[in-house]
Design a protein around this ligand. Structure first.
Ligand code: NAP
Length: 249
């Protein structure tokens, strides 16, 4: 018997990076994983195959988390087939730019995907999670920058800070119904997102700021999600779990 046997987990943005690692880790522990993506079908299929290779079950589901109608339809379909027990709001995009001269479209796109997407998916998932009978879990992926600030990243940082606020509200609203709601806050993790966003020189100086002396791997974040999703996390709610090598304490 594995700790997540019989559970259904939806991981948004699971085709690549951190979401993919979360999908594999949850699948390995017995959950049936819904691998969401928005554009990259081949990567999603590969991620689902990786879950299966790890001994899990996975299906892919394409929808854009920033489209509330698509989210509602997808989560209705997912939950009608075996319910829903774990929601991991991981899908995200990096949107950078200084405030002075910043484009409204950039600001809106970041809020739409990073914050509204988390809100839409959670809202649609709440009813099926309530039916999970005192076992519903919501885990939102925020960012170290939401707590530390980061010059040149206002659209991203503001959205991720909003995710922390939303996490705490949800934790208070649904604790009495047995749903725990937590955020995981990664530091610098090696994925496509950071590869395209951070030039080598910046990366070098960042490494000097990380007490554990290395960048994080997607599996480091997945381990925190597994803890919060599993029986060990049953008495933890409304928290922000930092996985950042000590970058921010
Ligand atoms: N990497 C880091 O250092 C770091 C640090 C702190 C926080 N985070 C957060 O961790 C999460 C994952 O980041 P990552 O580095 O793994 O990113 P990534 O490698 O760029 O992967 C992003 C994932 O999100 C999906 N996605 C993007 N927009 C979407 C949308 N509108 N609807 C549905 N799915 C969408 C992508 O799907 P497609 O493949 O279809 O494009 C992909 O699966 C994000 O929330 C990010 O902000 C990352």
């Amino acid at each position: 018997m594995r700790e997540l046997d019989g559970k259904v987990a939806l991981v948004t943005g699971a085709s690549r990076g951190i979401g993919r690692a979360i999908a594999v880790a949850l699948g390995e522990r017995g959950a049936k994983v819904i691998v969401n993506y928005t554009a990259n079908e081949a990567a999603a299929a590969e991620a689902a195959a990786a879950v299966q290779a790890a001994g899990g079950t996975a299906v892919t589901k394409r929808f854009d988390v920033s489209d509330p109608a698509a989210v509602d339809a997808a989560i209705r379909e997912i939950s009608s087939d075996g319910g829903l027990h774990i929601l991991v709001n991981n899908a995200g995009i990096a949107v950078n730019g200084l405030v002075l001269g910043g484009k409204d479209a950039d600001w809106k796109r970041s809020i739409d995907v990073n914050l509204n997407g988390t809100y839409y998916c959670t809202r649609a998932a709440l009813r099926p999670l309530l039916k999970a009978r005192d076992a519903g879990r919501i885990i939102n992926i925020t960012s170290v920058t939401a707590e530390s600030g980061s010059a040149g990243q206002a659209p991203y940082v503001a959205a991720k800070a909003g995710v922390i606020g939303l996490t705490k509200v949800l934790a208070k609203e649904y604790a009495s119904r047995g749903i725990t709601v937590n955020a995981v806050s990664p530091g610098f993790i090696e994925t496509d997102m950071t590869a395209s966003e951070l030039p080598a020189a910046r990366r070098e100086s960042l490494l000097k700021e990380i007490p554990l002396g290395r960048v994080g791997a997607p599996a480091d974040v997945a381990a925190a999600v597994v803890y919060l999703a599993g029986p060990g996390g049953a008495y933890v709610t409304g928290q922000v779990l930092r996985v950042n090598g000590g970058l921010l304490m």
